[in-house]
Design a protein around this ligand. Sequence first.
Ligand code: S3P
Length: 423
Amino acid sequence: MDLVIEKKNTLKGEITIPSDKSISHRAIMFSSLAKGKTLVKNFSKGADCHSTLKVFSELGIEHKFLDEQTLEIISDGKLKAPLKDLDCGNSGTTMRLMSGILAARNFNSVLTGDESLSKRPMKRVIEPLSLMGAKIESKDNKAPLKIYGKELNSIDYTSKLSSAQVKSCILLAGLNTKGITSYTEPFVSRNHTELMLEYLGADIMVNDTTTKITKSELEAKDIEIAGDISSAAFFIVAGLIVPNSDIIIKNVGLNPTRTGILEVCEKMGANIEILDKRLLGKEEVGDLRIRTSNLKATVIEGDVIPKLIDEIPVIAVLATQAEGETIIKDAQDLRNKESDRITATVKELQKIGADIEETPDGFIIRGKKHLKGDAEVETYHDHRLAMSLYVAGLICEKPIKINEFQWVNISFPEFEELMNKLF
Ligand code: S3P
């Protein structure tokens, strides 16, 4: 589906942000591992989380939708050997977290993915799992992954990457392994796994960048999922750069390991108010009021990177409207996402008139630049690229055409409907 985006002179109104993708994946995984009945409320409609759900059906865990977004999962805590390959679709989170769960079971399984996922690096999980004694076969450390499940040994692992997917993989292997498994990362990455495992009764302890886990049984407990700040990011940026805008974004997950975009916006001088901060389980949520702002450039690097890793393409759009030179560094792992998000963002934003330059680990963006638009842009089969370009299109002088916009459905099928509410 191709889409033409036209300039808007104002955004006004109130929207509610749908379910967090990272938390939705974990809700399915952990309630399937727990003994008993779980109600998962506000489950994501994105294709990625439905891939996780399908994987657990193949593993013998029953689920029932009580309504479109409320799910009942009944489990005896035991996974069954799958009769076919487990298709993770486009979802890196599914493949990496499942590899940790499956490596420590007493059956074999094969994890497969779509074209994009089959190109993404899996060495980051195969290597530490192998140190635990796991047996995983692959070609060049890429999917399909053939996992020969077995009893593993615990490890103390220090990762070079700040990746919640790798951390969660090892913690989930540790959850079913005798002894204490300890995982240390350079900077703290999103901690939804740690919070939800603790909520469900696992023996897990976090000290700064180190997490320790011991073999535990999980108890089934209802889970309500917060709105996704990574989805809210597109509306935050749109509200800041479209003239005369004043919008309210409700139910945004504000877990401090995810709020890097708010830290950066504040440094850039953005007009953002956080209203009604509250707790949903162990996760913080709140509402945001966003108004058009005069922005100044900044440097984005180091420990804030894992806290805004998925938001960088749309932050690049934001930086085109900030006075001065914005530098984004330490983000080389963006090249390993659903697309090479550094090259893709630079190439497509240049087409519409942005002054943006690629560096090995990020970008240099010079603003404030009038975007001319009048171009056809590509999504690279990447949902976040698609939505970032949409937001850029809202301030382009002439319309832009986005090819294959349907990739938005991977995380955020409601995106267009919610945008339309603000026009
Ligand atoms: C995710 C972690 C991030 C993020 C991805 C979801 C998760 O990946 O990019 O969209 O749910 O754990 P890394 O942890 O590998 O950076």
